[in-house]
Design a protein around this ligand. Structure first.
Ligand SMILES: [Zn+2]
Length: 743
């Protein structure tokens, strides 16, 4: 079968597109495949992989760094009456779990707690259920996480401590949305200073546990909005000052709980629930310097965030902030989503893809189910899938433990922008930046670019010099310091793509009169942001340029939904045709068909290439799927990176790939998203992909011993041309890993 590029070279010109695509692969055509095939271009220039990292002696690593599989049967109040502890422990042990979560809680005690207001579960009957589970796990050599939940408590606690509750603007107590007997506790009150430590110390005094974890806190994906007497003295919600106070409090409690965990053993620690990927509540730069376990509570897709890569997006965030510390993603075996069945298994193909994404993006496996009715679950279908997967992975731990990402593009994740940026008035704040993130993510996957996320507070040159380009997809909030770091990066030779309101807000989310990176990007604001009423704006082609490769027979390209008008520049490549009426069609023509307003601004400074799009192009691509926007983004990425890549994966289909340096060599992970359920519902069937060719240039002195496919369990031939390694993965079902062993 011809590959995508040779096919385009030989036959695309002579066939209508749809016919041509069907010739390539009549079995499985998707919109993504069409978009992928539609993007032409030469194979990138391979630049050599960096010199290999020095080996690490595993005995020097803290114990949690060696955890590869985490098991959790999340315990319900009823479980002490129904759960078969031996079945539970046997299952996780035989699956190969290194560690299990066991519930202490804080909402309900699973042991005879003497801490006031730590209510015993009504089926506990004086039994030490927690202690029995700990003993069963220990007997089998599994480590134990003591799981707590500080987020809710009962009426008797509220009567005695009305100050513990979160409160509404009118002073009323905030209750659990599902069970009004429970009130929501406020993280700024003594509840967190007194009640939670009392439980931790009681556990330390009675049991051998390896570490402590709190569920339900800190909040995921948003910041609290509480009007209790403590919170009333804090800065107003949704301001940078509030976010700082929130982060200070999270770190204060985190460090306090960590110190309590260590009172018993120095290698114990505390960690909390995180997640929300780029929109995590706590500042991930600060937290990444403290946490030794990133618990990514990103359990499955929902209809309001249906992108298939939800888990690997989270993995990229962990990779950006954890500097090699432990991260695990909680994959729900149960039915996640907008409509939930927390005690019934989900589609196996969907559950498996979440585990695939966990591994591919560099996190440790974590499999999770809720409740153990009837001994060990009324629905036990999830169990074989989990144990088969764990046992397969266990055979390949060395290849599945990444050491370093092999990407040459960094996408800045603006956590402040994600949380605090005042988006265009017509849009919903939470959705707006999510759409932006998915837009750039989808575009990079479609173009098979290898990329990392880079946290906005980690822009020091030492960290970012490895990237040929940094992308700033509407990173609206940037401090002067961050802007200076970006300037330093460009002076060092790095390239930039920025869009829309990037740098139009300072670190306190105060609007600037001018773009903070205007000097660098060669732009100056002409007017405030303009949205769309009718037809969105167009971009008129003024002259040829590599970012316009592949466009022919048109003077106009689509623009974006929103734009910041910028002042004219000499010799523009694209100019704005302002939006106009789309209905009635009688009026659907441009009153002004030619302006001097640029629709892209391009600069070259020494070896740096800089591109600025005034429109919210990434998000508009996500909303529309317009192939012109995709091509424009791809061409621009290729132009700013001078078409350089470390690893090139060529073949048909829509996939996500990760390339890692590992202790034995390298691992190339391919996730097959070519599926009608990539962005709606769950995967139910796998649509296999044909051959994928991998090319990379090895560092000098490195020789290849073998290339093994870990999912299909076979060794494949490879070819070396000088130091360039080539091999072909003949087929990808849902997931494949090519493990390169070097000598
Ligand atoms: Zn409060």
């Amino acid at each position: 079968m011809p590959n995508r590029r040779s096919f385009l070279k030989t036959s695309a010109a002579s066939l209508p597109l749809v016919t041509a695509i069907q010739t390539v692969n009549p079995a499985a055509i998707s919109v993504e495949t069409i978009a992928d095939v539609a993007i032409s271009g030469q194979a990138p220039k391979l630049i050599p992989l960096p010199a290999r990292l020095a080996p690490v002696d595993p005995s020097t690593l803290p114990w949690q760094q060696k955890i590869r599989r985490v098991g959790q049967s999340n315990m319900t109040e009823h479980d002490p009456a129904v759960m078969n502890i031996e079945d539970w422990a046997d299952y996780w042990h035989s699956a190969g779990a290194d560690i299990v979560f066991i519930s202490v809680t804080g909402i309900l005690a699973f042991y005879p707690s003497k801490v006031q207001f730590h209510r015993h579960g009504k089926f506990l009957n004086g039994r030490d259920f927690f202690g029995e589970c700990v003993a069963a796990a220990r007997k089998r050599g599994m480590r134990v996480v003591a799981r707590m939940s500080p987020d809710l408590n009962w009426g008797d606690a509220l009567d005695a401590h009305p100050e513990w509750a979160m409160r509404d603007g009118d002073g009323s107590v905030l209750l659990s949305s599902e069970d009004s007997r429970l009130f929501r506790t406020c993280m700024f009150t003594n509840y967190m200073d007194d009640y939670v430590p009392a439980i931790m110390r009681e556990i330390n005094s009675l049991y051998e546990v390896d570490c402590f974890y709190t569920n339900g806190w800190p909040p995921i994906g948003s910041l609290p909005n509480c009007h209790c007497s403590v919170c009333s003295r804090l800065p107003p919600p949704n301001t940078t000052a509030y976010w700082r106070a929130f982060n200070d409090r999270v770190l204060q409690l985190w460090n306090k709980y960590d110190a309590i965990a260590k009172e018993k053993k120095p290698d114990s620690f505390y960690f909390a629930n995180l997640g929300g990927n780029v929109r995590c509540g706590p500042n991930l730069d600060r937290l990444g310097r403290t946490a030794v376990w990133f618990q990514a509570d990103n359990q499955g897709r929902s209809s309001d965030d249906p992108a298939i890569w939800g888990c690997s997006l989270q993995g990229r965030v962990c990779n950006a902030v954890m500097d090699g510390q432990f991260a695990a993603n909680v994959s729900a075996a149960y039915s996640t989503g907008t409509v939930r069945w927390r005690n019934a298994a989900k589609n196996p193909a969907e559950a498996k893809m979440w585990l695939n994404e966990t591994l591919a993006s560099g996190m440790a496996l974590y499999y999770h189910f809720i409740g153990s009715e009837a001994g060990f679950g009324e629905d036990r279908r999830w169990q074989k899938l989990g144990s088969d997967y764990f046992q397969w992975a266990r055979r390949h731990d060395a290849h599945l433990t990444p050491r370093r990402s092999l990407a040459n593009i960094g996408v800045i994740m603006g956590q402040s922008t994600q949380l605090l940026y005042p988006v265009p008035a017509a849009a919903h704040a939470h959705d707006y930046m999510r759409e932006t993130t998915h837009g750039i993510y989808a575009a990079l996957l479609n173009g098979r670019f290898a990329f990392d996320f880079v946290h906005e507070d980690r822009l020091d040159l030492e960290r970012i010099r490895k990237y040929r380009a940094l992308l700033l997809p509407n990173i609206a909030v940037l401090s002067e310091r961050q802007c200076q770091q970006i300037r330093d990066y460009v002076r060092f030779g790095g390239s930039i793509i920025a869009s829309f309101e990037t740098g139009l807000y300072d670190e306190n989310v105060q609007r600037r009169e001018e773009f903070a990176l205007g000097d660098l990007l060669g732009i100056s604001k002409a007017e405030d942001m303009i949205g769309t009423n009718g037809n969105a704006f167009y971009a008129r082609i003024e002259r040829s340029h590599p970012i316009l490769d592949g466009f022919s027979n048109t003077n106009w390209l689509p623009g974006a939904q929103n734009r910041v008008p910028v002042k004219s520049v000499p010799d523009p490549v694209l100019t704005v045709v302002p939006g106009f009426v789309q209905y009635p069609p009688e009026l659907a023509y441009p009153p002004v068909s030619h302006t001097q307003e640029p629709a892209v601004v391009l600069r070259e400074v020494a070896s740096s290439r800089l591109a600025y799009f005034p429109g919210d192009i990434e998000r508009t691509f996500w909303l529309t799927g317009h192939g012109d926007l995709l091509r424009l983004l791809h061409n621009t990425v290729r132009w700013v990176t001078q078409d350089q890549a470390l690893v090139h994966v060529d073949g048909d289909g829509f996939l996500e790939f990760f390339a890692w340096e590992t202790a034995p060599g390298y691992a190339i992970h391919l996730l097959n998203y070519t599926n009608p359920n990539a962005h709606h519902g769950w995967l139910s069937t796998v649509y296999p992909l044909g051959p994928q060719t991998v090319n990379m240039t090895l560092p000098s002195g490195v020789k290849v011993k073998a290339v093994d496919l870990l999912r299909s369990d076979r060794r494949i031939p490879f070819r070396l041309e000088g130091s360039v390694l080539h091999f072909t993965i003949p087929r990808v079902d849902d997931y494949e890993i090519a493990a390169v062993t070097v000598v």
